[in-house]
Design a binder for this molecule. Sequence first.
Ligand code: SAH
Length: 257
Amino acid sequence: MIHFVGAGPGAPDLITVRGAKLLGEADVVIYAGSLVNPELLELCQPSCQIHDSASMTLEQVIDVMLDSEQRGACCVRLHTGDPALYGAIAEQMAELDQHGIAYELVPGVSSLFGAGAALKTEFTRPGVTQSLIVTRAQGRTPVPERERLSLLAQHGTTMVLFLSASLLDQAQEELLAGGYDAQTPVAIVYRATWPDEAIYRCQLGSLAVCAREHGVSHTALVVIGDVLSGEGERSRLYDPSFSHGFREAEGSDEPCA
Ligand code: SAH
């Protein structure tokens, strides 16, 4: 059994309890050294064999997994944030399927939510938007035509760009062409939850310049949308005049739904 584990966004205490327990039991760990906090490896036993996948190919990663499976060892594949987002796990799972090797996924705190916490924001603010688009600008990895930023921008939702910090001239142009105003608030969140976390706020019209001025070209998320302005309505859920399954409205005779 191979365990794909989400390491969380950076701060070592943001791994899940389940993920931390697996690291403590692992005989073999393959971790994404470019983004996973190495402090997490202190949870491993001294005898644990540790591989940094930053310098490995998919084939080499699979070889380590096959070898550990043959030896009956416990193998953890440690991915940054949550493995299901831009984790390149699909290709690993396909190989494991071919070899008939079982695996499981242990979720992690995505940097998306590390950024939400850093910004102290609610991505889905009532009266502003009820949707969040998670996407990326097209770089060397192609993005399907129907997901061009200019098309996704038409919805005016909150949007979060992964893997795009070095592609912001083009991204800014497409987002504006798609319909966001140049004044739409934007935040660049660099290394959310790490000790050197930084937040740079600007408007969409100056996004690329802002990133350049602060020297941000990697390990950052870009959050776009009016939720960052702090305006919006209060929720229905905690509104005294709104009944729901767990609370009856004040002054209402109606039974809770
Ligand atoms: N699975 C990861 C994402 C991996 S893709 C997750 O759920 O977070 C790598 C990209 O994630 C980086 O280019 C950057 O855009 C973003 N990222 C990862 N860690 C980050 C952090 N601590 N702060 C800001 N962005 C981060």
